[in-house]
Design a protein around this ligand. Structure first.
Ligand code: MG
Ligand code: MG
Length: 260
């Protein structure tokens, strides 16, 4: 069953989603060569709890942390730990919060120090594919229109589109219906309706689309160990069109200041 949210519920969910954006910006301030990923996780958890919210991932199906931190060839679901970030890494940070009974979910892939041009382009194009997907999130279209926009844009560069993991509805539960794949046919899948809240999250690989699961039971890696990028927004379909509830605004403000 696909949940249709009221305007009031969507506003509550906007607050949760914006808090995710602010949390990721807080993490961004500390994302430098030499930092252990577990330190970033502690910063995020404290920030979320200070804002009277609950980390959405911690304990979800037994996940042990507040953030999923996935470095280089790690696609998603990386567990923060003693691993140290180094110059040239890319880091996908995925965060969820639960506040006032509703979840927000958003992810951003960051660069650490100087990253090679091929990988920078992967990041830029993966983010672009997210917005192309969002453009299709209007009432009357179907989930497959979102999927197809992401797939057709990214595959033209020879990238691999991960199929085993997908976007999703989000609300009182972190993962609701419908599934929102990053590949598919135009005009296929469930119809998009005003009041639906979904997370769109392209996971795009520089090389093969194929993935493997690590022995920790969580971390998903590319089979060829080439890098992977991940960007995610939570958005509502409202008055016929997409209303992005999460935000990269604070993240990108921090990144701009750090580069000055
Ligand atoms: Mg997420
Ligand atoms: Mg998600």
């Amino acid at each position: 069953m696909i949940h249709i949210k009221t305007d009031e519920e969507i506003e509550v969910q906007r607050e949760s989603s914006l808090l995710v954006g602010k949390t990721l910006a807080e993490v961004a301030k500390h994302l430098k060569p030499g930092i252990e990923t577990i330190v970033l996780d502690r910063i995020a958890e404290e920030f979320i709890r200070d804002h009277k919210a609950i980390p959405g991932f911690k304990g979800y199906s037994g996940f042990p942390a507040t953030l999923c931190i996935s470095v280089n060839d790690h696609v998603v679901h990386g567990i923060p730990g003693k691993n140290i970030l180094k110059d040239g890494d890319i880091v996908s940070v995925d965060c969820g919060v639960l506040k006032n009974g509703f979840y927000g979910d958003s992810a951003y892939t960051f660069t650490v120090g100087t990253v090679d041009m091929e990988t920078l382009l992967l990041l830029e194009r993966t983010k672009q594919s997210l917005y192309l997907g969002i453009e299709q999130a209007v009432s009357g279209k179907r989930v497959g229109d979102i999927s197809n926009a992401i797939q057709s844009y990214t595959e033209q560069f020879g990238y691999g589109v991960v199929r085993e993991l997908v976007g999703h509805g989000v609300g009182k539960r972190l993962h609701e219906k419908p599934e929102v794949p990053n590949y598919g046919k135009q005009g296929s899948g469930p119809k998009l309706l005003s009041g639906m809240v979904i997370a769109i999250e392209p996971m795009i690989n520089l090389g093969t689309r194929h993935i493997t699961q690590s022995a920790d039971g969580w971390t998903i890696r590319t089979s060829d160990r080439k890098p992977s990028a991940h960007f995610e927004h939570t958005l509502a379909i409202r008055n016929g069109k997409a209303d992005i509830l999460s935000s990269f605004e604070w993240i990108e403000e921090v990144l701009k200041q750090m580069n000055e």
